[in-house]
Design a protein around this ligand. Structure first.
Ligand code: FMN
Length: 286
């Protein structure tokens, strides 16, 4: 899908439409602002899980990775890596841990964004310096950097008409994924990313209202239950869930909104061994 540059008025309209669908709110947009087409691409984001049978050229992959790795990095520590999973056998080993997401195998490109906490202690050692900062903040910095690099990759890819779907499910069985990718000590997978030319237009997923998630100065006493309830209703109207999760345990309810779905999702234990895996990889989480 080619992305034609938009005229400013067209871009302002596209932003207004996308954000109304996303937040149920109208935004004023000054048409004199420049770069509105870039903003329109961000506002219109949607994850894509179906791809056209069209390859992504290696030079383009390299270009997008370079753009992604141009993202800001905590203290310029540069603790994020991108793994291009080009080997079908390696990808199959990862996919075998996630049987319910066929889009991972279907995507023309699959990447893994990794937090790399190995380089910093290495340079400290090389320069004969101690490394007394081996604690949770180090892990956090590396994981956050990896997330920022992934988000930047998504924006870069979407800017040229590619579609993406992040995959945190690669952390369901992190040891298998770690072995398949031959991850060294102090390197852990943060998320995978399917990338391809979208086969469908896709849909905007509504988000919680800004009243719920945009905070002015401080929190204070806030009751967000009304905001969540309103979101559940808006979402059920615009993007109803195709099926209710775990009906055997929780039955069917007439209004199945976002909060019911997330409550059901997190009523089951998931990734309870991830901390053990991360510690086993040599990170200190204290
Ligand atoms: C860190 C992260 C991990 C995700 N993991 C998965 C995943 O394992 N499988 C999947 O199909 N989608 C995954 N997603 C995509 C989300 O489901 C999607 O972003 C969300 O439903 C909102 O939809 P949208 O991106 O179209 O706005 C992930 C997204 C993020 C940011």
């Amino acid at each position: 899908m080619a992305v034609a540059p938009m005229a400013n008025d067209e871009a302002a309209n596209a932003i207004r439409t996308a954000l109304f669908e996303r937040f149920g709110e109208r935004f004023a947009i000054d048409p004199k602002l420049t770069g509105l087409d870039g903003l329109a691409a961000i506002a219109g984001h949607r994850s894509h899980r179906r791809y056209a049978p069209r390859a992504i050229e290696p030079e383009l992959v390299r270009l997008l990775c370079a753009c992604a790795l141009s993202a800001p990095s905590k203290s310029d520590l540069q603790q994020a890596d991108i793994i291009v999973v080009g080997d079908a056998a390696v990808r199959a080993a990862i996919v075998a841990t996630i049987p319910d997401m066929p889009w991972i195998m279907d995507a023309p490109l699959f990447l893994v964004f990794a937090a790399n906490g190995a380089r910093l202690p290495l340079v400290c050692k090389q320069h004969g310096k101690p490394f007394p900062n081996d604690h949770l903040d180090q892990f956090f910095n590396a994981a956050v950097d990896a997330g920022i690099v992934m988000a930047t990759f998504i924006h870069a890819a979407e800017a040229i008409g590619l579609g993406c779907c992040p995959i945190s499910a690669i952390r369901d069985r992190p040891q298998v994924v770690g072995d398949a990718l031959r991850l060294p000590s102090r390197v852990i997978p943060v998320a995978g990313l399917c990338v391809g030319w979208p086969a469908q237009t896709g849909e905007i997923t509504p988000r919680l209202s800004l009243e719920t998630t945009l905070i002015e100065n401080g929190y204070g006493d806030r009751d967000i239950t009304g905001g969540i309830d309103a979101y559940d209703r808006r979402r059920a109207e615009l993007r109803p869930y195709r099926r209710q999760r775990n009906v055997d345990r929780w039955g069917e309810v007439p209004l199945y909104g976002w909060s019911e779905d997330k409550a059901r999702q997190y009523a089951e234990p998931t990734r309870t061994d991830f901390g053990r895996f991360v510690r086993g990889k040599g990170f200190c989480l204290d």
